[in-house]
Design a binder for this molecule. Structure first.
Ligand SMILES: [Zn+2]
Length: 278
């Protein structure tokens, strides 16, 4: 089944059993997840994409990256190709997880929508959520990133975000009260997203009973922030219009970039969306 999920253009390079060695990764950035408070890394984002170099073709997660550095310089627009020195993530045995040396990132070409992107991405669309979940229960090194084409997307639930929990808020308070000796000087508290957005969908598995996929795309959070002058019900309508009616329109080949949680490997969130016209 792993072979099905990673049936990329070059099976040799995509062999998941090869040892993971430090190297220079060339990555097409496809996903930027919303920043989360993290006790180890403070405020960080998960960035993921498709590794294009011969060392290890396939999906890659780059973590941690401090989101304020990114915010300021916008160095990593989606669908840019970057090169970055990487080492296997020390505390995360998911094979796709690597630590980037962010001070040495070189940002290269940015691919326009959609044709040049399709050439690289489309061979990697495949698999289904039911198989991903089953594999994650069976092995801690099962695929943790994928791009799947849902069989149908039933609805998008949009609910007010409950706010950071006590642990998250404590992390934020500690971070914002520190006087930075180096790194980003912007220490305004990280605000929680206004809403949680969850797709209810069925994957391609014939026996699929449906999945809830929480949308944690940074773009979705930024979109919500732009609606600050609207009431909750108006804003919820605007979010649904954009992320369900438009992006998941019948004329689009809508696919979900899925990624699992480090501590709960069987839970896959929607990290981002792929939606060229059919
Ligand atoms: Zn399923």
């Amino acid at each position: 089944m792993t072979g099905v999920l990673f049936d990329g253009p070059d099976d040799d390079a995509a062999d998941r059993n090869r040892p993971r060695l430090p190297g220079i990764a060339q990555v097409l950035i496809t996903v930027k997840a919303a920043p989360q408070p993290s006790s180890t890394y403070r405020e960080t984002v998960c960035i993921a994409g498709l590794r294009l170099d011969r060392d290890r073709l396939g999906w890659i997660r780059l973590y941690p990256i401090n989101f304020r550095e990114l915010d300021r310089s916008d160095q990593f627009p989606k669908y840019s190709i970057i090169t970055v020195p990487v080492t296997p993530a020390p505390k995360d045995n998911r094979l796709e997880s690597w630590n980037p040396n962010t001070s040495e990132i070189v940002v290269g070409e940015h691919l326009a929508p959609w044709k040049p992107r399709k050439t690289l991405i489309e061979p990697w669309i495949g698999g289904n959520t039911c198989d991903l979940i089953r594999a994650a229960h069976e092995s801690s090194t099962a695929p943790s990133l994928a791009l799947i084409r849902p069989a149908d997307i039933g609805r998008l639930d949009v609910k007010p975000h409950p706010g950071w929990n006590e642990r998250e808020q404590r992390i934020i308070n500690e971070y914002t009260s520190q006087i930075p000796l180096f790194g980003p000087t912007d220490r305004r508290p990280l605000e929680p997203p206004r809403f949680t957005c969850t797709y209810r969908y069925r994957c391609q598995a014939p026996t699929c009973k449906g999945h809830d996929g929480t949308l944690i795309d940074w773009e979705a959070v930024t979109f919500q922030r732009r609606l600050k002058d609207l009431t909750d019900s108006e804003a919820i309508r605007a979010v649904r219009t954009r992320f369900l009616d438009e992006i998941c329109a019948p004329g689009n080949d809508t696919c979900f970039y899925l990624g699992n949680q480090a501590k709960r490997r069987h839970i896959f969130s929607v990290l981002g969306l792929w939606y060229p016209k059919k």
